[in-house]
Design a protein around this ligand. Structure first.
Ligand SMILES: *[C@@H]1O[C@H](CO)[C@@H](O)[C@H](O)[C@H]1NC(C)=O
Ligand SMILES: *[C@@H]1O[C@H](CO)[C@@H](O)[C@H](O)[C@H]1NC(C)=O
Ligand SMILES: *[C@@H]1O[C@H](CO)[C@@H](O)[C@H](O)[C@H]1NC(C)=O
Ligand SMILES: *[C@@H]1O[C@H](CO)[C@@H](O)[C@H](O)[C@H]1NC(C)=O
Length: 640
């Protein structure tokens, strides 16, 4: 509405600003996570777990001058309803990340892994990252010295977490004898893979296409093409690598339409599936495949899964992209390949931008069709259970994964409180709380104190239903905090105690009560007054969709109160607060006298104190809840 008005006003052909497809939060104003459009077809049969996606707008990184924006791209976790669980963009400062997924084969705990993209000026090549369930970076695997970047396609951690597989792209000149032009040379981009030591980034195994895959296998370049300078013909385009128990590597080359098994013993190609030189008797075709993985492998029989996108920037080979599960029997002559499962893209479309296929532990299949985050979950028989896509068409995710994960951030929950009202008797405090990355929070308990050394009083308990939870408390609640509560009723973590935001000038903001503005209430008196009133009042109707009151007797609301009793309570509270103010003034003076007598260390202590309390101001972006626009103070040291 505001932008529409601005357009009219300026008469300018400024493009309409779309951001209603992004989430916004009072507690994390810098995070604008993507919203989802979700369709459930059979919710009961969904596998347990969360979605792991890494939205990006464009692959190449922005220059710093263009870069500042609220956090949108990067690693994100959502639940089955598209509710945000973790906004990971701040961890790597809005960098593009790829192949973000949960990892279960390191030890008994789940981890997260992803590839952080290269720096815009090539000053950093990017790296693979492993993050623990506290969202702390445990390991960073660096790119090879002689490649441009840590290639964005694959970061595949092997059992035990000691090694990882990654794709490599390297430019070098090659003789064109294979194209019948032995006197000519062209630059080519050689595709390969490495297995690296996760601890040291040391390369343990290195393989590439130069000696192994001839130019003529490529469907991208032909014998008559003019030679190219660096970086040269991207003639194979590796986009996936996996390894089986026997130590052999399965790789996918998109520009030869071929899946290769590379012997772990000698680096030779054990077999080719697909392309112009397939070693298999097969009754199906595929092309432009992605995310080729072993599902099982025992020496002679392999089941592999991959996304057959059947199309790319140069053309379409089939009408619909699909995920294929293929069984290979390499113990017979000729070797055979059979499709044992085919799942077509639910909207009958073609996946033109990358993608992924994941067999889940319960037999379901989770598929990332990539563009616009389009994802689907299917039962083991292929039946469609769910589809989801970003509300925004400006973002894609290279792959999408699903899996169970327990997140326990080390940072405390974020809380913001503000007070509204024009008279002493109609004050309302609005509290927002969130805990970025925490899974399994079931309730929030809210507390307030009459003054900074007062007792914390429980003012409400609310069921958590969304990333951010709002609670509306009667009265002017100050020194507010919240506890995250798990299903067993245990306290998981507690927010810092936050002062409640007030208008800079109460009178100017419309204050019509006594004095120059209200002072905080004693929460124990308000809660007691409400408890009495609650026996006659109905349930709170102003808490809104996010706030389901769990225990009426311990929560406050904006219901009717017995007026006289309440007014008395307010008077008492105010008297207590003012008396405390006087006491505090006296003790502050004493402290000042003591401090000025103790130089040196005292100055340092004061500096430390001020430093720790450094405050940054954010201009609150009006959310869909139509909250009043106001400046919200947040302690900057709360941010991860
Ligand atoms: C591999 O699996 C296939 C099919 O499950 C089975 O017939 C075969 O005996 C297995 N081979 C070995 C070496 O375990
Ligand atoms: C397959 O994926 C590639 C990108 O990796 C894309 O260029 C191509 O258009 C896709 N084809 C189809 C049919 O989706
Ligand atoms: C509500 O809270 C009160 C006081 O904390 C407690 O005694 C009561 O059992 C709770 N009721 C429910 C339904 O949880
Ligand atoms: C609140 O309660 C008082 C008396 O208890 C009643 O007169 C008044 O109408 C009520 N107000 C509302 C909004 O229900």
């Amino acid at each position: 509405m505001f932008w529409a008005a601005l357009l009219l006003f300026s008469g300018n052909a400024v493009a309409e600003r779309h951001d209603s497809d992004l989430m916004s939060f009072v507690t994390l104003p810098e995070v604008r996570a993507l919203k989802w459009e979700v369709e459930h077809y059979d919710r009961e049969r969904l596998a347990p777990g969360y979605w792991f996606v890494a939205p990006y707008g464009k692959i190449s990184p922005d220059q710093p001058t263009l870069k500042y924006q609220q956090y949108q791209v990067g690693p994100y976790i959502y639940d089955d309803n598209g509710v945000l669980i973790w906004a990971g963009a701040p961890l790597y400062d809005n960098h593009n990340v790829f192949d973000f997924k949960p990892v279960y084969n390191i030890d008994n705990d789940p981890y997260l892994s992803f590839i952080v993209g290269w720096e815009y000026d090539d000053s950093k090549k990017g790296h693979g990252a492993i993050v623990n369930s506290h969202y702390e970076v445990e390991k960073e695997v660096q790119a090879l010295s002689d490649v441009h970047d840590f290639n964005m396609h694959e970061f595949n951690i092997m059992d035990g977490g000691k090694t990882a597989l990654a794709c490599t792209y390297r430019s070098q000149p090659i003789n064109l004898a294979d194209f019948g032009r032995p006197t000519e040379e062209s630059w080519v981009t050689v595709g390969g893979f490495v297995e690296v030591d996760v601890e040291s980034s040391e390369v343990l195994v290195q393989w590439d296409s130069l000696e192994n895959i001839a130019l003529h296998e490529s469907n991208m370049f032909h014998a008559s093409d003019a030679p190219a300078g660096s970086p040269g013909w991207d003639y194979v385009h590796i986009n996936a690598v996996d390894k089986n128990g026997a130590g052999d590597y399965l790789i996918s080359m998109r520009f030869t339409n071929t899946i290769y098994l590379i012997s772990g013993r000698d680096g030779n190609i054990a077999w080719r599936l697909g392309g112009t030189e397939s070693d298999f008797e097969q009754d199906f075709v595929f092309s432009k495949q992605h995310d080729v993985k072993f599902v099982s492998s025992n020496g002679t029989h392999h089941v592999i899964s991959f996304l057959n996108n059947a199309s790319d920037e140069r053309g379409n080979d089939e009408k619909i992209s699909s995920v294929l599960f293929v069984e290979l029997d390499t113990g017979v002559v000729p070797m055979t390949a059979k499709v044992i499962k085919r799942i077509n893209r639910p909207d009958s479309g073609l996946t033109r931008l990358r993608g992924s296929a994941q067999a889940l532990p319960n037999g379901n299949v989770f598929i990332g069709w990539s563009e616009r985050g389009y994802s689907s979950e299917h039962a083991s028989n292929g039946e469609l259970l769910m589809t989801a896509q970003f509300s925004s068409d400006r973002y894609s995710t290279y792959r999408s994964y699903k899996g169970e994960f327990t997140g326990r951030p080390t940072a405390p929950p974020d809380l913001v409180a503000s007070v509204y009202g024009t008279r002493d008797e109609d004050m309302t405090t609005i509290i927002h709380v969130s805990w970025n990355g925490a899974t399994d929070v079931v309730q929030w308990k809210f507390y307030a104190k009459a003054y900074d050394h007062g007792d914390s009083v429980l003012i409400g308990t609310i069921k958590k239903t969304d990333f951010e939870t709002m609670f509306i408390a009667d009265g002017f609640m100050d020194f507010v905090s919240a506890e995250a509560i798990d299903a067993e009723g245990n306290v998981m973590h507690t927010s810092e105690i936050m002062r409640t935001g007030t208008p800079p000038d109460w009178k100017a903001a419309g204050w019509a009560g006594s004095g120059s503005g209200p002072s905080p209430d004693d929460p124990s008196i308000i809660v007691a007054a409400n408890d009495n009133a609650d026996s006659t009042s109905s349930a709170d109707s102003t808490n809104g969709e996010a706030a389901e009151v769990i225990n009426d007797s311990s929560s406050t609301g904006s219901g009717n109160r017995s007026g006289a009793q309440y007014a008395d309570a307010k008077e008492v509270a105010k008297a207590v607060y003012k008396a405390y103010d006087v006491i505090r003034g006296v003790s502050a003076l004493l402290i000042f006298i003591i401090l000025t007598g103790t130089l040196g260390g005292a100055g340092f202590a004061l500096w430390r104190y001020l430093h720790a309390r450094r405050i940054s101001r954010y201009q609150h972006v009006p959310s869909e809840d139509r909250l009043p626009v106001e400046e919200i103070r947040l302690a900057s040291n709360q941010r991860p």
